[in-house]
Design a protein around this ligand. Sequence first.
Ligand SMILES: Cc1cc2nc3c(=O)[nH]c(=O)nc-3n(C[C@H](O)[C@H](O)[C@H](O)COP(=O)(O)O)c2cc1C
Length: 399
Amino acid sequence: MAPILPPQAQNIRTRPGTPHDVEASKDIKLFQPSTIRSVTIPNRIVVAPMCMYSCEDGFLNDFHLAHYFSFAFKGAGLIIIEATAVEPQGRISPEDSGLWSDDHIAPLKRVVDMIKSQGSVPGIQIAHAGRKASMGSPFAGYRIVPEEANGWSKDVRSPSELPFDEKHCQPHALTKEEIQDLVQKFADTAVRADKAGIEVLEIHSAHGYLLHNFLSGNSNKRNDEYGGSLENRMRFPLEVAKAVRAVWPEHKPLWLRFSSSDFKESDHFAHDPEGWDIYQATEYGKKLKEIGVDVIDCSSGGNISGARYPTAPHFQVPFAETIRREVDIPTGAVGLITEPIDAEKVLQEGKADYILLAREFLRDSGWALRAARELKVPVKWPNQYERADNERWVGKNGK
Ligand SMILES: Cc1cc2nc3c(=O)[nH]c(=O)nc-3n(C[C@H](O)[C@H](O)[C@H](O)COP(=O)(O)O)c2cc1C
């Protein structure tokens, strides 16, 4: 594998400092570092996991190198690489990222090394799409991909034989042997992520994918020990978390993203005891904490067709706040957070510990630099871009 940067570029910073420097920003929480276990994230700004649907057979490529570079170069603290499947059938689309074989480690390491070279922390989300697998990417038309088009529509896996809706594949119910096999696959994938140099691992337990399918009675109709009561519905996701924690190095943090509610009702705190609600999510959070999950990234929804989301800026922050308080665990807030001052306020008010942004980072990969400027935090811009740092350059030399 060729080095990711030519030798002369390995040491491109001729003056000390990077956008990740935080010394002068003690009052602004968004730019304060945090250390969990032995990993220090230089600020609280996180690139949320985002599928790019641009892989072949699960392999990351030059597109991903350039894509993730753009955030690392411009000061994001933690970059969580997109949902990465633990087995081929665990991809949403045939173009999803994967880490189900050792062959996937080197291309991932290339991206990881590049992220580290810029001072950011590399994370990854490991995932299984469950009953929402074998679909086309959004830009290929989000519809069922059949076998003849490289799909696996007849081998879609779920707790029960209940499709998401008529536009998704008919899943088959996993046997207990298949469930155990998947627990092992999550653990094996975590080992590979470690070998690639990933520092923060996030388990995907949200958005109507496999772990969430088990958690929610809206998708889990089993009548064995993996279905029915909350304890039974949590069994498989907790087995996954336990198996992953057992192999994920003690000194590295483990994050988990869950949907805090299925939003059967358009109300954050509505009860859905037979399905999935914030009260059950809180119990799940407590168990995850006991297992050694360090941070819960609080998202919502994705598990029932026709859910009614109270979509508005910051609409998921109440979940991050509730989980942080009730479980007493650091949380990530995500969802329609776009303005630095608002992000700072979420942290100042103690509602979350990290701010994750997805679409806003696609609009502006330099959001961290924008935040520094707007919050008047004197971070060091990358040398090559320094003349765009208004504070320092506008007015100088008249150029
Ligand atoms: C293109 C795209 C791909 C996404 N892929 C993932 C993913 O791989 N895993 C995940 O948990 N969420 C995924 N999401 C959801 C985001 O991580 C985020 O939770 C959501 O977009 C809300 O945040 P935002 O308002 O800042 O965009 C994706 C979102 C977008 C826009």
